[in-house]
Write a protein that binds this ligand. Structure first.
Ligand SMILES: *Cc1c(COP(=O)(O)O)cnc(C)c1O
Length: 451
């Protein structure tokens, strides 16, 4: 029997990334409140949120300082825009703070409302850049299969998700996809490092196929998030760097998940020693407390777009919204002053990764991998052959349901189970996460008659 709110939800609410018909039959879970790494539903169930919402609640739930700053800003100035030669104090202060933390060659920030809008902005900046450089044919952006870059038309096109492309005839023209560095699924007998080189070289092959004069940029996540926490082999990024240095194309690093501490560095460009021309940010920027995103622009790109470009005819009503910007600024200040990011690097991420490797011993786990505060495991029937439990990637959903029933939010990507907990998670809470994950694996194995 569904409660009144669930019935209203079924009648009136069309929800994102959901089979709304199937959802109406069972009724949605209603999340009511949260504190630290835990959240609660309307039935009184408690969950350890192993996904930090959607990879975003880096600082954890329930930080009163962020609520206070939002209230103060709403009373002071609830809204003003950044168009037509005006700014607000929070937007300018936030841009300054981000530039301070960003790689040294990146000093300008363009604000938007989300990660998708940020990648749409990248799409337009890249095209504008090459027009201004007098190379208008350099318009194609190369991305990777199984990438996630958002859900707007450009974002979904830049992404490499087949299940998104098949709805609405995507990708749009001018976007191409090359191989992803997913060794577990696609390694095909190569060593990890050989495969990393091979996956990277698919970028070079594509540049040569299209002609360098037609390629504007390459976009990638430092590690794929929604694709299944795919951490590239060590050989991958150095080879990509070699290729990017050889051809005159821009490099967009989508740090919507990896930014603001998830790797133990402020940006994964530091973690992987990359030198992007544009960085996409959102999610952890405000720890999800307010919707805000942005593009961090390198001096190289800013010198063209700003110094030579005149008006940039692009922006959003809520670009750098003052309440969102004030909250994001406070969020970053707390992540910094409380040593949350440095503690991830020095203490909690090594601990999480060490304990996560214990899962590799489990009879239905073919690989356990991760870095910083993200991790994934591959569910298999046979550890020797990596044969899957089911042919259609449904075992992940089974494992997720057991995990949720045990009070841990883990997310399935096909038969890959992933986590990305709040950065404030303690070692004791990591222990709880691992125990609950093991229990979910045991129950999944039993379900398939393996244990
Ligand atoms: C979530 C995500 C986006 C899209 O962000 P939205 O705020 O949902 O539009 C883009 N890129 C990556 C890597 C993401 O994880």
């Amino acid at each position: 029997m569904q409660n009144e709110l669930q019935q209203k939800n079924n009648a009136h609410h069309f929800q994102p990334f959901s089979d709304n018909k199937a959802l109406a039959e069972k009724g949605p879970r209603i999340i009511t409140n949260a504190q630290g790494v835990y959240m609660y539903d309307s039935e009184g169930n408690k969950f350890l949120d192993g996904m930090a919402g959607l990879w975003c609640v880096n600082i954890g739930y329930g930080r009163k300082e962020l609520a206070e700053v939002a209230k103060e800003q709403m009373n002071e100035l609830p809204y003003y825009n950044l168009f037509f030669q005006t700014t607000t104090q929070p937007a300018t202060k936030l841009a300054t703070k981000i530039a301070e933390l960003a790689p040294a060659h990146m000093n300008k920030v363009f604000f938007v409302g989300s990660g998708s809008e940020a990648n749409d902005t990248n799409f337009r900046m890249v095209r504008r850049y090459w027009d201004l450089k007098g190379k208008p044919t350099k318009k194609t952006i190369i991305s990777r299969k199984n990438a996630y870059h958002g859900s707007t038309v450009a974002g979904a096109s830049l992404g490499g998700m087949g299940y998104m492309h098949e709805q609405g005839d995507l990708p749009i023209q001018g976007i191409e996809h090359v191989e992803q560095p997913y060794w577990f699924a696609e390694g095909n007998g190569l060593s990890k490092e050989e495969f990393g080189i091979k996956a990277a070289q698919s970028l070079e092959a594509k540049i040569l196929e299209l002609g360098e004069e037609n390629v504007g940029a390459f976009i990638a996540e430092p590690f794929q998030g929604a694709g299944g926490v795919i951490t590239p082999p060590d050989s991958y990024w150095p080879e990509i760097k070699r290729i990017l240095a050889k051809y005159d194309i821009l490099f967009i690093l989508d740090e919507v998940i990896s930014g603001f501490g998830r790797t133990g560095e402020w940006f994964a460009s530091t973690y992987f020693d990359l030198k992007p021309d544009l960085i996409t940010i959102a999610k952890g920027l405000s720890s999800g407390y307010q919707p805000i995103g942005g593009v961090i622009v390198s001096d190289k790109v800013a010198d063209v777009l700003i110094e030579e470009g005149g008006d940039f005819n692009h922006g959003f009503t809520y670009s750098g919204h003052p309440v969102a910007a004030a909250v994001a600024l406070k969020n970053i200040e707390l992540l910094d002053s409380e040593g949350i990011v440095s503690n991830v690097k020095a203490s909690t991420s090594p601990y999480l990764q060490k304990r996560w490797q214990e899962l590799a011993e489990h009879p239905i786990v073919g690989e356990a991998r991760g870095l910083g505060m993200v991790a994934g495991i591959e569910l298999v029937k046979d550890k020797a052959t990596n044969e899957r439990l089911e042919s259609d990637g449904k075992a992940g959903g089974v494992c997720r349901d057991f995990s949720i029933a045990n009070g841990l939010v883990m997310r399935p990507c096909g038969d890959t189970m992933i986590i990305s907990p709040p950065l404030v998670i303690t070692k004791a809470e990591i222990d709880e996460l691992i125990e609950k994950a093991k229990k979910a694996l045991d129950e999944t194995a039993k379900h398939y008659g393996i244990m």
